[in-house]
Write a new protein. Sequence first.
Lengths: 276, 272
Amino acid sequence: MSRTITVTERVGSDVPRIAESPAGIVWETGLQNPGLDAFVSGELLRLARGGARIIVSIGGETLEEYVRMTSALQGRPEVAAIEIHLSGRDDELDRAVLGAHADRLNEIVGAVARMSLVPVFAKLPGACDDTVGLARTAVRAGATGVTLLASPPALGLEATRDRPRIGIVTGWLSGPALKPVTLRAVFDVAQALPAVPVIASGGVRTGEDAVECLLAGAWAVQVGTATLTDPAAAVTVAQGIIRRLKTAGLASPAGLRGLLRPAEHAAAEENPAPAP
Amino acid sequence: MKRARAEILSTRKVGVYQSITLVAPEIGERARPGQFLAIAMPEGRAFILRRHFSIHQASRRGGWAGTLEFVVDPSAGAGTGWLAAARAHEFLDVIGPLGKAFSYPKRLTNCLLVAEGRGAASLFFLAQELLARHKRVDMILGGRALETVFKPIDAKRLAQTVAVMTADGSLGERGGVLDALPDAAARAAAEVVYAIAPAPILRAIAAFCRVHRLPAQVAIEERMGCGFGLCNTCVVPVARRDGSGYDNLRACVDGPVFSPQAARAPVGSSRA
């Protein structure tokens, strides 16, 4: 995954940009990125060194920006897929969250999907009324699948000093605190749209976290915040999935989808038993 | 950058600070002054990010070979409080050395080193490396009060002169490191200035160096998320050479040592 790229360069927001919250971080970088052209001629090639294929996250405030970025990424062998960042402002319709409205989601995902030669995933906003409805809209508009969810909006305050913890005041929540929210979104969408590829994002730190996402119905997982403490977190997560597949005698992570069984009634004095 | 499970060899109180020595040969042999460590917090706590500390000492030779020392301010928060209370023979998950190091002057000889509070920790490592290159070292150390001035007696062993400044006058002269700068620079016949301080003080030191045409290197202390360039949160606004605005550079991988122009608040940034 790349960071989210915009057509023009963004210098980003003021520090402090990160603060801890229980089992999470509240953050805002202001989408700092070098801009589309510099990304394509520099960062993309550096990321792809060593043979990795890159899912590029594109962000914008107008339809035209999304179209321009999709166009510039076509035919680049490094680009495996496009993920559409939809949590930003909508400049044209003057709305706070671009992807939270079905009409706009349909328009933007449709334009990107029609133009793109690689798979397109819509990353749905972290706080919206109807995740399943938006996922259905995105797929009908042509998205290959959905990423669930983007970081929900968050605010960190410091009671002892009467101040916000983030320079531009408001930010987003990431980290382990999000896992149950991710699982619920993945579960709901997978139940309603079982054929739609779902990528789980939010709170995946360990192999067990990833296995839980797969059980809930995810086809893949993203690892973000965990990488900030362990640069090799994605490797650990992958090894954890492989271990589980081996013990379960499964050939592919797809085998874990739908393996979910009914909850067990645990005796009151015992800890809930971990999944076998 | 290496990751190690490092044993705490010793931990001791230095004024209000706690100085922790680790056994980490792979990191220690690569460490240079100005670089820092990223230390993981324990599992199962509310805090998840690593904490970042500049390297106070790294011993490559002798009986202490393979050890690394860093300094913690226990009052800084819950995470550093936990670290300050860690005991010898416990293990820490450490990544390092991280960041750009100070560079050493080739021809110039007289080096003036300036820092406030815990920031002074990495100046001692720098002073030793400069002395090993036959440079003259003078220091200005500051702090709020006596117990927050870091190792003033050790500084006197390393430096030709040490000017100590405290806000309340409880040790040395009353005032800040800036007040001592003109006299100390003249007395030391300073040719190069190294400084570690909060941004407003660095800005004033950088201005002084510009006026007096002194080459300088400044280390910026900014709150970090990861420490290795991923999260883009520890940024420092640096004016572009062509005058077209500024770039937000990451203190962890583009710094923490910058040229003094990084300390200037660029037009367009709220950090004026």
